[in-house]
Design a protein around this ligand. Structure first.
Ligand SMILES: [Zn+2]
Length: 296
């Protein structure tokens, strides 16, 4: 039915003539890039991979040019704060401590909830360009991320949602990563909801499913009889948008007093990007120029 794409990509489908929306994606390369940049342990690879996949779903649902969404998870666990930002299909992420190691859970799975923690919040900021940003948040349920996204959509955006996020890791290698979001839309019939609930166990192990069949084939199998229609496909990648100009703006926004202190030290300033570890160096002479532009 669909052309196969091996790269990271989001499929956007509808079921039953628009009764439900489905986003199904593979994010293996994105999760691997994140693991390579942050030298994550397997449990942190899984946590950040799941967070990026959920954030990518929000990112592709925002249509406007220059719009972005950032999702912050603060669960009180040893990983500290996790942040992912998506500008359409371009996603980046970081965590305070990406090197957390924890024993596997009793079921043999990575203890993502233990690394993230579950006493805290998931916060979402949607930057809508010129308009006021949209800010939403709700309590974490488990720190396992997928259920936290589902709860966020349901509670904070009043949009009941089924979310599956998965990252299959072996050492430093991401074998497969991906996710699925199903949202019933206004006018969704009871029989369609029942069908989706009946089928939900099929989606639970999303990364293992993706390891066995391409997402296009899974979409056909999972939604057979529900008239799945492909609306759109969006390429996904790990991409940071930091630049020297952005770092200059960050320095200027520090304010005159702090800038003057750095200038007086006469060591220059080195700024690092949390998302890609690029560094930007500014000489004292350059800092003096930036001081001219600072307004407070
Ligand atoms: Zn960067």
């Amino acid at each position: 039915m669909y052309e196969l794409h091996p790269e990271d990509e989001m499929l956007h489908l509808t079921l039953m003539d628009g009764q439900a929306r489905v986003l199904l994606c593979e994010t293996t390369r994105m999760a691997q890039r994140c693991a390579d940049i942050h030298h994550t342990t397997p449990v942190c690879t899984a946590a950040l991979g799941r967070l990026m996949t959920g954030t990518a779903m929000m990112g592709v649902m925002m249509k406007g040019e220059g719009e972005s969404v950032s999702v912050t998870v603060k669960g009180g666990g040893p990983m500290g704060t996790l942040v992912a930002v998506a500008e359409q299909g371009n996603v980046r992420a970081c965590a305070d401590n990406p090197r957390v190691e924890l024993p596997l859970k009793a079921d043999g799975k990575l203890d993502v909830g233990g690394a993230v923690g579950h006493e805290g919040r998931i916060s979402v900021v949607k930057d809508l360009g010129m308009k006021e940003p949209y800010i939403g948040q709700c309590e974490l349920v488990s720190g396992e991320i997928a259920i936290d996204f589902a709860n966020y959509f349901t509670v904070s955006e009043q949009q009941p949602s089924l979310v599956a996020l998965g990252v299959l890791v072996e050492g430093d290698t991401v074998l497969k990563a991906g996710g699925l979001l199903i949202q019933p839309l206004p006018g969704c019939e009871e029989s369609t909801l029942e069908q989706l609930e009946l089928r939900s166990p099929m989606f639970a192990e999303i990364s293992r499913e993706l390891a066995m069949a391409p997402k296009e084939q899974l979409a056909e199998e999972w939604f057979r009889g529900l008239s799945p229609t492909l609306l759109d496909r969006t390429p996904l990648s790990y991409r940071c948008t930091c630049s020297r100009e952005r770092m200059e703006r960050a320095l200027i926004s520090m304010g005159r007093r702090d800038l003057q202190e750095i200038i007086d030290d006469d060591q220059g300033a080195e700024l690092g990007c949390h998302f890609c570890h690029s560094t930007y160096f500014f000489t004292t002479a350059e800092l003096k120029e930036l001081l001219e532009k600072a307004t407070h």
